[in-house]
Ligand binder design. Structure first.
Ligand code: SAH
Length: 412
């Protein structure tokens, strides 16, 4: 945003702590509406020409192009680099009925995909922009719902959102979890808590027939990493009796559990978090499969592991690149990690390697694997690619939402 525009926006801002449908109208610069006409839900600060009328952070505003054509209505936050996020393309009120309808639509999409079902009761019900609710994630673990709200506009409308989830699911326990780094950027407050219903630390649920317990209050994110479900299931199919499997950055151990159920002779799951290790051990017992859980830094573990000693290796690290400025260091980190992972792969092994850094693109990640192979002096071929499941939908124009890349690599 130019200095002049920033001043224009800031001077019209009224500070209020309430959820309001304001009269404010955000006008885009000429030529900046195109992505929005194609379904992109975000307005970047540099696309805003001015705010007509008044709007406070968290208010609902209307969005128009430079010629005044109505685009939609969305949540406003001049603190953010994304001052408007669209909620609707209709000129409608954003009220309790609106949220109830959005959550029902989200549920209809999951029902269409066969979720939940007798084998899988853990799934994502609301995926933020993918369900036209920017800044809201709702993960369902059997009879519990876990909400994470990361935009001020939705945080101010929490009660309507809780009511919408209650009306759709009637969960036995509803949780809210903290907003991470978004809290400060957006100027909102959120902490891990039970919103309503029976307070429980662990919530039993099923993934592909495997028994798991999500840990919403004390775990990471909402309590489980649901985006990887299809890739965990694929690993189960690619594992066969007698193989030696290594699951790095295992969290609850989902990849390793799949391999163990498929009859792997040896499954080692590595995570640096003692809580994660406890969960992996509990999950192995609950499913009656042998998994050796190791509390260790994955780099250190791989550096000291026996070369060529595994037939299936998964590496699923946390985001290395949080921002654009981290990309160079992250690229080096991924390269080193994957070179180490390739070194422990036996000839004929599969490496399943993941990146959840939005700032590292799919092609960048392929180049990283090529560089890692050169470093490790191994020959590799990409045999499959994976991403999140259909319960993580996205508008096609919204490439910013594409973060998870999974490459299935055959190692000669
Ligand atoms: N594969 C998991 C999700 C992994 S999330 C699944 O399918 O559910 C990333 C995990 O990496 C977290 O559990 C975190 O505790 C762990 N982690 C973070 N830094 C680590 C490190 N240096 N070494 C090992 N594990 C690490």
């Amino acid at each position: 945003m130019s200095r002049k525009r920033a001043t224009n926006l800031a001077s019209s801002v009224v500070v209020s702590g309430q959820a309001r449908d304001s009269s404010g109208r955000v006008v885009l610069c000429r030529g900046k509406a195109r992505p929005l006409w194609f379904g992109h839900p975000w307005v970047y600060a540099n696309a805003v020409e001015r705010l007509d009328g008044e709007a406070a952070a968290g208010d609902i505003v209307s969005l128009v192009d430079h010629d005044g054509h109505f685009i939609g209505r969305g949540i406003f936050n001049p603190r953010s680099q994304i001052p408007v996020r669209l909620l609707t393309r209709k000129d409608e009120a954003i009220d309790a009925a609106f949220f109830a309808a959005r959550v029902r639509e989200a549920q209809a999409l999951r029902t269409r995909l066969g979720l939940p079902n007798s084998e899988t009761t853990a799934y994502r019900l609301v995926n933020s922009e993918g369900d036209s609710l920017p800044g809201l994630v709702v993960d369902v673990f059997a009879d519990a719902a876990v909400l994470q709200i990361t935009t001020l506009g939705l945080a101010l409308r929490r009660d309507a959102i809780f009511a919408a989830v209650e009306a759709t699911l009637s969960p036995r326990t509803m949780y809210e979890v903290a907003a991470g780094s978004y809290a400060e950027v957006e100027g909102l407050v959120a902490q891990n808590r039970v919103v309503q219903g029976e307070p429980r630390n662990l919530v039993p649920c099923l993934e592909d027939g495997l028994r798991c317990e999500a840990e919403p209050l004390a775990g990471q994110k909402t309590g489980m990493f649901l985006d990887q479900r299809p890739n965990r299931m694929r690993v189960g199919q690619l594992a066969s009796a007698g193989i030696r499997m290594l699951d790095c950055y295992a969290y609850a151990g989902g990849f390793g559990l799949q391999a163990a159920r498929a009859g792997a002779s040896e499954v080692t799951a590595v995570d640096s978090s003692p809580r994660a290790v406890a969960r992996i051990e509990a999950h192995a017992v609950a499913n009656g499969v042998p998994v050796r859980a190791v509390e260790a830094d994955a780099f250190r573990f791989l550096e000291t592991a026996t070369p060529m000693s595994y037939d299936l290796v998964v590496v699923d690290p946390p985001k290395f690149a949080r921002a654009r400025k981290d990309v160079e260091a992250a690229t080096k980190g991924y390269e080193r990690l994957n070179a180490l992972a390739l070194t422990v792969c036996a000839p004929g092994a599969l490496l399943v390697t993941c990146s959840c850094s939005q700032n590292v693109g799919a092609h960048d990640f392929e180049r990283i694997i090529a560089a890692a192979a050169k470093q490790a002096q191994r020959e590799v071929r990409i045999v499959e690619q994976g991403g999140p499941g259909g319960d993580h939908p996205l508008p096609p124009a919204f490439t910013e939402g594409q973060y998870l890349k999974v490459l299935f690599v055959y190692v000669s």
